[in-house]
Ligand binder design. Structure first.
Ligand code: ADP
Length: 372
């Protein structure tokens, strides 16, 4: 059902057209001249206007000009009804922006066809506009999120850089002023602290550069064959020495598990998952890394017996800055898993989580296996 305005000064024709259209189920209103018609249209814009040309006071052309010059009404389809079928009159009306022209007398069928085709065209134009608007809105939203992400990244990194920097400064000051009075153990502890903080800063710098490169699309992806068992073993060893850990980090790897990987990006996957497994579990609990062959896939699994992730957060932990409700007392930025997911996807892989609060978590990365 469409809302139709019929503007026609000859009452008999106006009533007849209104009746035909009402029988077809449309909601129709009528006006006998231009001015009251425009007022009614302003109050309640119709879906289409049918308008006589020759009317006293304000003719159909003036009505059309007024509608087309009002941004709120300019889109309404406009059909002239006229006794004059002269080429010039039709041409003039079309030049002013009319959509169609019906010459009186017209039949019931001609009128309905004209209305139908105008409304259909209008709907498809509206659909196109709506589609274009949706695309634009999406692009705007994406741009806004990116800008927000960048602002938050800068704020976060400038904040997080201070902690290891202060730690380095304080250890250096202590050694400079009190070295002669320090026990060798105390001095070693400060040197370890400096070393650990420098590594932390380097890792943060690397993360930041990587996120920035992925954001700007300038990241250069260089995959090469990587034998996982050996490589995971080396990284776990780095964890043990870097943090001087008492933690049990166990590797359970099938031999011959090879994937195509960009070493720098792939490292982010394992380093972030293992760092989280350590952070979110007790010091005396074991972290296990599995490397498995499953058909034509390789699975890299990082398992801990830590705090677990609440079911309602499982979907969102990969979103930037999202931290689960039970992670408040642990330091973190909420970015690690975003980098992990992006890195996994760049390697044509998938990642999923199995987790239970108070029991532990398993992060399962599946990647296409490759020959050496
Ligand atoms: P964060 O810096 O907060 O650790 P991540 O992006 O690495 O950021 O992880 C996002 C959130 O996912 C964490 O804040 C935490 O709530 C949850 N999470 C990640 N790994 C684990 C894990 N192994 N055990 C429990 N919760 C985890």
């Amino acid at each position: 059902m469409a809302k139709i305005m019929v503007i026609e000064d000859e009452a008999a024709i106006r009533e007849e057209v209104i009746e035909w259209l009402q029988f077809e189920g449309h909601s129709v209103s009528g006006a006998d001249s231009g001015r009251p018609a425009i007022e009614a249209i302003l109050q309640d814009p119709p879906d289409i206007v049918l308008c006589d040309i020759w009317m006293p006071e304000m003719d159909g052309y003036a009505v059309l000009i007024e509608l087309r010059s009002n941004p709120m009404l300019s889109h309404i389809p406009f059909v002239f009804l006229s006794a004059s079928a002269s080429h010039e009159a039709v041409r003039y009306g079309m030049d002013l922006g009319a959509d169609d022209y019906l010459t009186k007398p017209f039949t019931h069928a001609e009128l309905l066809r004209a209305i139908e085709s105008r409304l259909q065209k209008h709907t498809s134009q509206n659909d196109q506009i709506r589609e274009r608007l949706e695309v634009l809105t999406e692009a705007l939203e994406e741009e806004r999120t990116k800008r927000l992400l960048k602002t938050r990244l800068v704020a976060m990194f400038s904040h997080d850089f201070r902690t290891p920097l202060s730690s380095i400064m304080s250890s250096v000051e202590l050694i400079r002023h009190y070295e002669s009075r320090m026990t060798p153990e105390r001095k070693a502890m400060h040197l370890d602290r400096i070393d650990g903080s420098v590594h932390q800063l380097l890792q943060m710098l690397d993360d930041m550069l990587l996120v920035a490169q992925m954001e700007s699309g300038s990241f250069q992806y260089h995959p090469e064959p990587l034998e996982l068992a050996e490589w995971v073993g080396e990284i776990l060893e780095e964890f043990r020495t870097m943090y001087g850990m008492t933690r049990t980090l166990t590797l359970k790897a099938d031999v011959g598990c090879c994937v195509q990987a960009d070493r720098r990006l792939f490292r982010q996957i394992l380093v972030n998952l293992v760092a989280n497994a350590i952070k979110y579990s007790n010091e005396d609990s074991e972290v296990i890394v599995w490397v498995k062959h499953t058909g034509d896939q390789i699975e890299l699994i990082v398992e801990d017996h830590g705090i677990g992730i609440p079911a309602e957060d499982l979907e969102s932990v990969f979103e930037p800055f999202h931290r689960a409700g039970n992670a408040e007392e642990f330091k973190g930025t909420g970015l690690g898993l975003t980098i992990v997911k992006e890195a996994v996807e760049r390697h044509a892989g998938t990642i999923r989580i199995e987790s239970e609060v108070g029991v532990g978590s398993r992060f399962i990365v599946s990647l296409p296996a490759s020959g050496k």
